[in-house]
Design a protein around this ligand. Structure first.
Ligand code: C2E
Ligand code: MG
Ligand code: MG
Length: 596
């Protein structure tokens, strides 16, 4: 019997070489025919021995495509260094009752040459069988072995097609994956580190390619690949897995030692390389992941190294180790993105409304529609998590349409129940990619019997307005019709009043990060007061978000802030709860703003 680890290696290699591919079998048929003809035998087969059967991928003289491994004579041939020859199977106690001997085939003679790959693993045999006992001469045996070598060469050649990166000549990602799968099965439980390197940022590569042509860029990548190989020892195979990326596995999982190796690599890589006549510094970012030689871990290594490398690229770090937390976070993002369309179709989204108060009389004057998503498996998900994910997908405009439809219908109900009470919705930069955003909104307003001044649109401040040229004309059209435009989260990022003059806004909402805890922070007090003053002078109404304490409210009143919104006043709630709250406020004495 073969030992188990040899067996696993062989099975992994059968997969890696894609030996069961019928096209490979067909391409080997001439060899099998030649063998049957040359040796004058009734049967010639190329037999591959896998976990529990032997399969005849090319055959002459036998209808059978496979047999149990238990009945496989070839499986014994795998262990012989040369040819296994059995002059008369009927006389051999191991095989005399084998179905191919005792059954209708009545085979007597067997000779099998193992198909041994470059790395010394026997995949199966090229074998001959006949109905009369016989013996192969030494010359015939050599010929059979030569034919077996031709078979293996053909298998390896077919595999290597499409397995090398033409620019560097190094094995490519497919080969990396195939070799990992072999490693995963052969080195039971040993620990390694997978490394994925990015040596040149793609944008610079594109720029250089456009200006100089592709040859100098390819030369840079070739030189970079040589540098990687120079630093690594000979037993480490480097793979060229994507245009600017190389991968390899080191037989070490000691983080300090692997990081020292990365440091050496980085120093070597960072020295300038010539692209045309321009000296360029290749960059160096590495994603690292330690793994056990186990089929599952090895199979997932490339993906995990990508997670680590992307982390290094995003944080501009020289190297990052794979983090399971980060991976889980990315997978969750991906899951949200892929589940959102179904969520929309299955009514998993809903709206809550947070009232906004006028600070002069303490009355609720409007409400902000805020999205909620209750995922059937993951439970409630905050918009702070799902909106940024969906903003990167094509679904965002559809989701905003859904918000517009439902929020406007609610605004119409409030016009009946709470005359003068208005509604604001949040729109994201992605929404302005839809050139018909405003016409669609106008149509919904009309269908619900609303006038534009009953609606406010909140957009976040920022540079995005410049990168979305379609946004400004749409905002101007909305404002011209009477829709109020508010700048949300003002003061949270690179706030400046400069661009505000370009946008037809009426309200500035001061970000909650400045408002919450206002009384305790002198800097926040200075900032909020300055924002309110300046906004007033420029003619904008001011709204403070995130009011959580009476002390904040007092300061805001002192500075003549116009409106406020926050947990201290009212939390986001259902539309019916808003109706009750507003009716109660309107019926009673002026609110002491203690309604939460
Ligand atoms: P936002 O537009 O600035 O909305 C205010 C957020 O602050 C809401 O969070 C609200 O629940 C929360 N908030 C209100 N008062 C307080 C307070 O006193 N303290 C604290 N800590 N938080 C307060 P929410 O509902 O989780 O929404 C987060 C963000 O998600 C919103 O920020 C908005 O940018 C976005 N969003 C929500 N709904 C939509 C939507 O329909 N469309 C778009 N594009 N974005 C939305
Ligand atoms: Mg908002
Ligand atoms: Mg806000």
């Amino acid at each position: 019997m073969l030992d188990r680890s040899q067996d696993l290696e062989r099975i992994a290699l059968i997969e890696a070489l894609n030996v069961m591919d019928p096209a490979l079998g067909r391409s080997l048929d001439p060899v099998t025919e030649l063998a049957a003809f040359t040796f004058g035998t009734a049967i010639a087969l190329i037999s591959i021995v896998d976990a529990d059967s032997q399969r005849f991928i090319s055959r002459v003289g036998l209808a059978l495509e496979r047999t149990d491994r238990h009945h496989s004579i070839c499986s014994c041939a795998l262990q012989s260094s040369g040819i296994l020859q059995i002059e008369d199977l009927r006389q051999d106690p191991r095989f005399h009752d084998n179905p191919i001997v005792a059954g209708p085939e009545q085979m007597r003679f067997y000779a099998g040459a193992p198909l041994v790959t470059r790395n010394g693993i026997a995949l199966g045999t090229l074998c001959l069988m006949d109905r009369t006992p016989r013996v192969l001469t030494a010359d015939e045996q050599r010929q059979l072995q030569t034919l077996a070598r031709i078979v293996v060469n053909q298998m390896e050649l077919k595999m290597s097609l499409g397995r090398r990166e033409p620019i560097s000549g190094l094995p490519n990602r497919q080969q990396f994956q195939a070799d990992l799968s072999v490693l995963g099965r052969q080195d039971g439980g040993n620990q390694f580190t997978g490394v994925l390197l990015d040596v040149f940022d793609l944008q610079s590569a594109n720029d250089a390619g456009q200006a100089l042509g592709l040859k100098p860029v390819e030369s840079l990548l070739r030189q970079a690949s040589l540098r990687v190989q120079e630093v690594l020892t000979d037993d480490v195979q480097v793979y060229h897995v994507a245009s600017t990326r190389f991968a390899f596995v080191v037989r070490n999982h000691d983080h300090a030692q692997v990081e020292a190796l990365m440091q050496r690599l980085r120093e070597r890589m960072r020295r300038p390389l010539m692209v045309g006549s321009i000296p360029m510094s290749p960059q160096f970012h590495a994603g690292l992941c330690d793994f056990r030689a186990d089929p599952d871990e090895a199979g997932d290594l490339v993906r995990k190294c990508m997670v680590a490398l992307n982390h290094a690229l995003q944080t501009d770090a020289c190297l990052c180790w794979y983090s399971a937390d980060r991976d889980a976070h990315l997978r969750r993002r991906y899951r949200l993105a892929s589940d959102a369309a179904r969520g929309l179709a299955q009514d998993q989204f809903s709206l809550v409304y947070q009232p906004r108060y006028d600070l002069r009389d303490g009355q609720p004057v409007s409400a902000e529609a805020l999205l909620r998503w209750t995922h059937p498996m993951l439970g409630p998900i905050t918009p702070g998590e799902f909106i940024p994910v969906l903003e990167c997908t094509a679904l965002m405009p559809a989701l905003s349409q859904w918000v517009i439809e439902h929020a406007f219908a609610q605004a119409a109900r409030w016009q009946q129940l709470l005359p003068g009470f208005t509604l604001s919705i949040n729109l994201s930069p992605r929404d302005f990619d839809n050139a018909n955003l405003w016409t669609g909104m106008a149509e919904r307003l009309q269908a619900n019997g609303l006038v534009p001044s009953q609606i406010e649109v909140e957009i976040t401040e920022g540079q995005w307005l410049h990168s979305h040229p379609a946004a400004l004309p749409q905002l101007r059209a909305m404002a011209a019709a009477g829709v109020r435009i508010a700048i949300d989260d003002f003061g949270s990022g690179y706030s400046n009043f400069g661009y505000l003059s370009e946008v037809p806004i009426s309200h500035i909402k001061v970000d909650q990060s400045l408002v919450t805890g206002l009384a305790r922070s002198r800097t926040a007090r200075l900032k909020v007061e300055a924002i309110i003053r300046l906004a007033q002078q420029l003619g904008y109404r001011t709204v403070a978000e995130g009011v959580e304490h009476e002390s904040e409210l007092s300061l805001l009143r002192l500075w003549d802030c116009n409106e406020a919104q926050g947990y201290y006043l009212a939390r986001p709630m259902s539309a019916d709860a808003v109706t009750q709250l507003v009716l109660a406020c309107r019926a009673g004495p002026p609110s002491d703003m203690d309604s939460d």
